[in-house]
Design a protein around this ligand. Structure first.
Ligand SMILES: Cc1ncc(COP(=O)(O)O)c(C=O)c1O
Length: 393
């Protein structure tokens, strides 16, 4: 017998995001590639986590989360979405939203089941589907509003279609799905009797007076919706690994069992910090937070327009897709590398978010950085203007 990697190892590739970050560090650039927020962690979150550690809350928690976190989430969803969430049976705290999707796929999908995924997609969504032996089926959307066609959805349905993923607000497009769009998906899911996995991790990052709508709150959707989210983004705690799934008890138990198997539990004292943040920070705090990000969006989008990298101005989340079609290079990766080389600003090649070639002309920038970092990135991007590259069209 020869030692070898499993055939499964081919299914999960090194994330393009990581590769760009490594390259950025090598050249000492400004990293607007990975969705890591540099902003300070809110005081109540830090205080409660430290207190929990000092008080000796350092053991495993219940596999589906501490009482405090499950209760806090039940209150949050009552307030935000009018959902009647039972903290005992409808909440599973997980290792990030990433863990919530992984465990949901393991618990609810058969090998070979098809899962619909809108392009542009968050690459972990695709990889998780593949890693759990399900099959992603890509549905294209059209810029600038990333609209989809019901005909495309209908013609992609097969007897194996089992779920559809909705990400609102979306990474990478920043699309905030409207109530009408979600109602269309809801009706579609009911008619074809499929699950909706909804990733709502950016639910509090919504701009321009738009409203975040939770799929589970729409009529008849609670039973078939797995709401996945986490506190990584809201509290700038991407390294804490606190996320959750909210759903009917019919599914929550099995999702929780997989989470127990893979992660045992989310870090106990950090769950306590997150719970305190949810309870103690009020609507005004979150409105101010969204406004801070709106300002960052403005700074970056203005700079992109000025540099000729026309952005598709996002409605939510904290990323912006921009046009790099006129930069030298044959695909988005070479164009992103060119950009890093000439301006010292790292971004993610658009090909990470599409199956085909639709991402070749775009890149994604993350603006979850301190204002001065976003401003400096904006200034560096203007170096493109001095290079005298012919912009076609
Ligand atoms: C859409 C989306 N879902 C999930 C995650 C990861 O969330 P977590 O840190 O809770 O695993 C990200 C991070 O970039 C994301 O953009």
């Amino acid at each position: 017998m020869t030692l070898a990697l499993s055939s499964r190892h081919e299914w999960v590739k090194k994330s393009e995001l990581r590769a760009m970050s490594v390259e950025c560090e090598r050249v000492g650039g400004i990293n607007l590639s990975q969705g890591v927020c540099d902003l300070p962690v809110p005081e109540p979150v830090v205080r409660a986590a430290k207190k929990a550690i000092d008080a000796g809350n350092n053991s495993y928690s219940r596999h589906d989360g501490t009482d405090a976190l499950r209760r806090a989430l039940a209150v949050k969803y009552q307030r935000l979405a009018g959902l009647d969430v039972d903290p005992e049976t409808n909440v599973v705290a997980t290792s990030g939203a990433t863990g919530a999707l992984y465990c949901s796929c393991l618990a609810l999908l058969e090998p070979g089941d098809e899962v619909m995924l809108f392009e542009p997609y968050y690459s972990y969504h695709e990889s998780t589907i593949v890693a759990t032996e399900a099959v992603p089926v890509f549905i294209s959307t059209k810029a600038p509003d990333w609209s989809f066609s019901m005909e495309d959805l209908e013609s992609a349905v097969t007897s194996k279609t089992r779920a559809i993923i909705v990400n609102t607000p979306s990474n990478p497009s920043g699309k905030v799905w409207s109530r009408e769009e979600l109602l269309q998906i809801a009706e579609f899911a009911k008619r074809h009797d499929i699950f909706v996995f909804t990733d709502e991790i950016y639910d509090l990052f919504v701009f321009d007076g738009l409203e975040h709508i939770s799929m589970a709150s729409l009529p008849g959707m609670w039973e078939r919706t797995i709401t996945m989210s986490g506190l990584s983004k809201t509290f700038s705690i991407t390294g804490w690994r606190i996320g959750y799934a909210i759903c009917s008890e019919k599914w929550a138990e099995a999702i929780g069992n997989f989470s127990d198997l893979v992660y045992v539990c989310a870090p106990t004292p950090l769950q306590m910090g997150a719970a305190a943040g949810i309870v103690e920070l009020d609507d005004e705090y979150f409105a101010k937070l969204a406004d801070k990000y709106r300002r960052k969006r403005e700074i970056l989008c203005d700079a992109l327009f000025e540099a000729g990298l026309t952005p598709c101005v996002p409605q939510g989340a904290y990323y912006v897709l921009a046009d790099v079609s006129w930069l030298p290079g044959s695909d988005s990766k070479s164009r992103a590398m060119y950009l890093l080389d000439k301006t010292g600003v790292a971004c993610v090649p658009g090909e990470s978010f599409f199956k085909g070639t639709a991402g070749d002309d775009i890149v994604r920038f993350c603006f979850a950085k301190e204002d001065d970092v976003v401003e400096e990135a904006g200034r560096r991007l203007q170096k493109l203007k001095a290079l005298g590259i012919e912009k076609a069209g």
